[in-house]
Ligand binder design. Structure first.
Ligand code: FAD
Length: 409
């Protein structure tokens, strides 16, 4: 049996940042992080790996190098949460008792919800890949590079998982790559989304529709991928009809859900399986000593690392208050951001808060394609991630916004 003051479940973006923030506030050995993986991935880089802009090895570092020194890292997986007794059980049979817990277990890809998908992903010749996984993002680059023409289909599922924009970033990059290599005229590009709009925030949806139109990309709505067969990708539309699209290249954004270990604990989760927290304080709705950060939360924000940066700042403040028997007063405003690369030189930067309200950092219209964004995404964000975010020193761009865009244009 292990005992600790603060238990952090998950050592991804949110877990590392929380551990770092509290390692400065508590005695480091009061903190336990449970994380099964030996490697820590900077997942936003998978898009750039899929487009051949970055090497896969740049997307990950050893887990021990990203967790703060002196905290206790248990390389194991929580398989049972028992919040009534402030205990979790791990796969190896350990019992960990905590006073406070932060849950940051992220989302998993549900490949098995699409018949034939896993087999196709594992078949090197299938032309099927996804950037949403460290195992298949290099295959995406290979498929784009080796594409000889025909139908290129990019999908998006009914429930939006992490960084929903990445599903189309990789499509715009593929389009641009084929243009630059004089192959674009050989390709029919289709974006098949189960949603009713190309993007959740109207301002950016309008400019992305313009990008898709200009590039002659067909956008089809209300199409949910259910199966891969020899003939093609099988979708169901909102009237329940089956539609099969043939493909030579298929990029799949898989349905995602919180890990089953969390979903099984009905006291902690919503009906949909997400950690049930207050959308502003991020405190659990029932257990006052439990908070959450990141993709596994029930909050209606877009699931991005950008969101995690603000959430961890809020949880740091609120958990300290709770530890001092005070009211948690800090509020998360739903901030999320999505740097949408639209080519190998330009992109737009979507930033928004709850209720799909744009909330931009720069004093210019961020929905216009600009070169600056390409450099921010490929150079500045990786630096912020490794040096500031997972070290718990980045609260989001709020301070920068106050200086350069004080009137919130
Ligand atoms: P994660 O970082 O996924 O970490 C969850 C951790 O929990 C994992 O390490 C996992 O091993 C661990 N875990 C799971 N189950 C258990 C268990 N039972 N016990 C213990 N540990 C467990 N965000 C942006 O801001 N901008 C972008 O441009 C962007 N692009 C993206 C592109 C792609 C292709 C992908 C996949 C993601 C992108 N994101 C982007 C999203 C961003 O990576 C996530 O929002 C962020 O990593 C979420 O952090 P998290 O801590 O919630 O989850």
């Amino acid at each position: 049996t292990h005992r600790c003051k603060l238990l952090v479940v998950g050592g991804g973006t949110g877990g590392c940042s929380i551990a770092a923030r509290f390692a400065r506030k508590l005695r480091p050995d009061d903190i336990i992080v449970v994380e099964p993986s030996k490697v820590h991935y900077y997942q936003p880089l998978f898009t750039l790996v899929g487009a051949g802009i970055k090497k896969f090895k740049e997307s990950h570092r050893p887990q021990c190098s990203v967790l703060p020194k002196n905290i206790r890292w248990i390389q194991d997986q929580v398989v049972e949460f028992d919040p009534c007794n402030c205990v979790v059980h791990t796969c190896a049979g350990d019992k960990i008792c905590y006073e406070y817990m932060v849950v940051a277990v992220g989302l998993e890809n549900d490949y098995d919800k699409i018949t034939g998908l896993k087999e196709a992903l594992d078949d090197p010749k299938s032309g099927v890949s996804t950037i949403y996984s460290p195992h298949y993002c290099e295959k995406t680059w290979n498929n784009i590079k080796c594409f000889r023409g025909g139908h290129a289909v990019f999908t998006f599922p009914t429930t939006s998982g992490k960084c929903s924009g990445a599903a189309q970033k990789i499509m715009y990059l593929a389009d641009d790559y084929w243009r630059r290599h004089k192959k674009r005229h050989l390709a029919n590009i289709t974006y098949a989304t189960a949603g009713k709009a190309i993007f959740g925030v109207e301002k950016y949806a309008t400019s992305l529709m313009r990008v898709a139109d200009n590039r002659r990309i067909a956008v089809n709505y209300c199409l949910d991928l259910v199966e891969l067969t020899k003939i093609g990708a099988v979708f169901v539309d909102d009237a329940g009809r089956t539609i099969t699209l043939p493909y030579n290249l298929l990029h799949v954004t898989p349905p995602m859900s919180p890990p089953a270990d969390l979903r099984r604990c009905t006291e902690l989760v919503t009906d949909a399986g997400y950690l049930h927290v207050d959308p502003r304080s991020l405190q659990h709705q029932r257990f006052g000593n439990v908070f959450g950060v990141g993709d596994c939360l029930s909050t209606p924000n877009s699931k991005t690392a950008a969101a995690v940066s603000q959430q961890t700042a809020v949880v740091e403040k609120n958990l300290i208050s709770v530890m001092q028997s005070k009211e948690p007063k800090a509020e998360y405003n739903g901030y999320g951001a999505c740097p949408l690369l639209t080519s190998y030189s330009k992109g737009i930067l979507a930033e928004f808060i709850y209720d799909k309200k744009p909330f931009e950092t720069f004093p210019f219209d961020q929905s216009k394609e600009r070169r600056l964004l390409y450099h921010i995404k490929t150079k500045v964000f990786p630096y912020i991630y490794w040096k500031r975010m997972i070290t718990g020193k980045w609260d989001g761009p709020g301070k920068i916004r106050k200086i350069i865009n004080p009137f919130g244009k």
